[in-house]
Design a protein around this ligand. Structure first.
Ligand code: 16G
Ligand code: ZN
Length: 533
């Protein structure tokens, strides 16, 4: 039995935020860092219980607030297979955090005493990492406060990591007979890159060079260790916004979210640069990436997650065709309601690739990709995504007797693409490999289809929980009558589509509108935004 006095002391020391309501949302707990001590202590307990429930298999904990401002932070739990915490445990995490925040001292002592004694002799194992935020080390102490003191967990703290780097050792710890090191991650992905580019005799990029904007986050630190290992890239890559020691500059005027949301260049790149390089931006924890280039008029052209899906689908469909496997293995793309209508049409009509729509949030897309396809390509428009290859894919491609270039390439792709979770570094390599093999310049990639003009608006409402969506968030069932009004508004515009959904990360609702012209998209957005208020 855990000593009640110890519980009381730990709670007093680590759970100083009281009377606040927490919720384990789309990407874990996320909030202003000053309020997260209590929730970190709760997360230490939940992560240990999850590991115990899985017979002591290692559970990951990543401390990050991704693209949010430097003053925020957050935490998410990773399953031993590298996927996100199973959904059924999310409410357990929320309930415990709220009990620690608002429960009576006696209720807290009893609950923690009971939870900490339920280990049945299994010692939990945790794998921990954090992004570059200043609050990270302090919040880590709160996590250790419960995991070490109450559960005597075996903890491997990797220090500064990108989110996908944390997923990597979490999912590999059991299959290796030695401890997984960060070096293994670098070696795995750089070897796959070197092998695939050698196989195709790639000696240069199909553009004047590559510029990587690291959002002044942890990705900046890691990319400097990674790029020198990669043939072709080491001589052609410029890294910018890589100052993760300047805490306040994180995600400020730079990074994937800034570029996608504002549809403009980040700090450090000027339109007058007017060159034919390919640019990409990571977000603060380097789990997503968007690309862009400057066209002949030096205008910014975005190549977002929809474009990445389309490029990979085009390439992999071609490889499957050349290997005689197009009708043997199923390939499909998973998008969210935010995907541009043109990209969906392109995939379905030009490439003959089935498209499934999932709810926003990586776990939903991942699930659809795994459930439906042998090659499941999924990207949110914001650049978050990856490709999943099924066991049947590996068996079929592995047992092909003819060893064509296409088949060899199909064997290498799953090593180049981080299948556990979206990964800015690995996704960047996949895109660069495909462009180099196809000899497509950035503008050639951009010409595959033309986006429908669109606008994403944020509306602050008194209570976003009133907005209940259905049909993968494309329609509302509540407030009553609102969807009918949106339908009526949409019917007045050409090639139009609009939907409203409550944000999972901010206290607001989002209004998406697309139409034949930018003026119409803007007008539709304004009309629907007024309906929401
Ligand atoms: C989270 C999701 C991201 C999604 C975003 C939507 C993960 C790891 N992250 O950041 O994929 O696009 O939420 O935010 O799932 P929203 O609900 O505020 O629109
Ligand atoms: Zn992120």
């Amino acid at each position: 039995m855990v000593d009640g006095q110890l519980v009381a002391e730990l709670v007093e020391k680590y759970c100083t935020t009281r009377g606040y309501r927490y919720s384990y949302g789309t990407a874990g707990f996320r909030d202003d860092a000053s309020r997260l001590d209590t929730v970190m202590f709760a997360t230490g307990i939940i992560a240990c219980l999850r590991s115990i429930a899985l017979d002591g298999r290692p559970v990951g904990v990543m401390i990050t607030a991704s693209h949010n401002p430097a003053s925020d932070n957050g935490v998410k739990i990773v399953e031993p297979d590298g996927s996100m915490l199973v959904q059924s445990w999310e409410s357990t995490a929320t309930d415990l955090a709220n009990l620690l925040s608002s429960g009576s001292a006696e209720a807290i002592r009893q609950k923690i005493g009971q939870l900490a004694s339920s280990g049945s002799g299994v010692r939990p194992r945790l794998v921990v990492g954090r992004d570059s935020r200043v609050s990270g080390p302090r919040l880590l102490q709160c996590l250790l406060g419960s995991a070490s003191s109450l559960f005597q967990a075996q903890i491997r703290d990797y220090g500064l990591l990108t989110t996908p780097q944390l997923h990597y050792p979490t999912s590999r710890s059991l299959s290796m007979d030695r401890s997984v090191e960060e070096e293994d991650y670098f070696v795995d992905f750089s070897s796959a890159w070197n092998e695939i580019t050698r196989l195709h005799d790639v000696e240069g990029l199909p553009c004047a060079g590559l510029v990587v904007d690291c959002a002044n986050g942890v990705g900046g630190l890691k990319i400097h260790s990674f790029i020198p290992r990669c043939r072709v890239l080491s001589g052609t890559t410029t890294v910018i916004n890589d100052n993760c020691s300047d805490a306040e500059s994180l995600n400020r005027g730079c990074g994937a979210d800034f570029v996608k949301t504002n549809q403009r260049l980040p700090t450090g790149i000027k339109e007058t640069d007017g060159d034919s390089r390919l640019y990409c931006s990571f977000d603060g924890d380097a789990d997503r990436v968007v690309f862009y280039y400057l066209n002949e008029d030096s205008k910014f052209q975005l190549l977002d997650g929809d474009r990445i899906s389309a490029l990979l689908a085009y390439f992999i469909a071609q490889l499957l065709e050349q290997s005689g496997l197009r009708s043997v293995l199923s390939m499909g793309v998973v998008q969210t309601a935010y995907a541009n209508g043109s990209s969906t049409k392109y995939l379905q009509n030009q490439l003959n690739v089935p498209v499934t729509c999932a709810k926003t949030g990586v776990k939903h897309l991942h699930h659809e990709a795994v459930s439906n396809y042998d090659v499941g390509i999924y990207f949110e428009a914001n650049g978050h995504g990856t490709v999943i290859f099924s066991d049947r894919f590996h068996d079929t491609v592995g047992s092909q007797t003819q060893d064509s270039l296409a088949t060899k390439t199909l064997r290498l792709l799953p090593q180049l693409i981080n299948q556990t979770v979206g990964d800015a570094i690995s996704d960047m390599l996949a895109v660069l490999a495909v462009l180099s093999i196809l000899k497509w310049s950035p503008s050639r990639w951009g010409k595959e289809f033309t986006d429908l003009p669109n606008l994403l608006n944020k509306v602050i409402v008194p209570d976003r929980s009133k907005f209940i969506a259905t049909d993968q968030e494309r329609r509302l069932t509540s407030p009553a009558g609102l969807q009918e009004k949106i339908d009526e508004a949409v019917s007045r515009f050409r090639s139009a589509r609009s939907f409203v959904r409550a944000s999972g990360t901010e206290d607001a609702v989002r209004v998406y509108a697309e139409a034949a012209t930018q003026e119409e998209a803007n007008e539709l957005s304004a009309v629907v935004s007024r309906l929401v208020l």
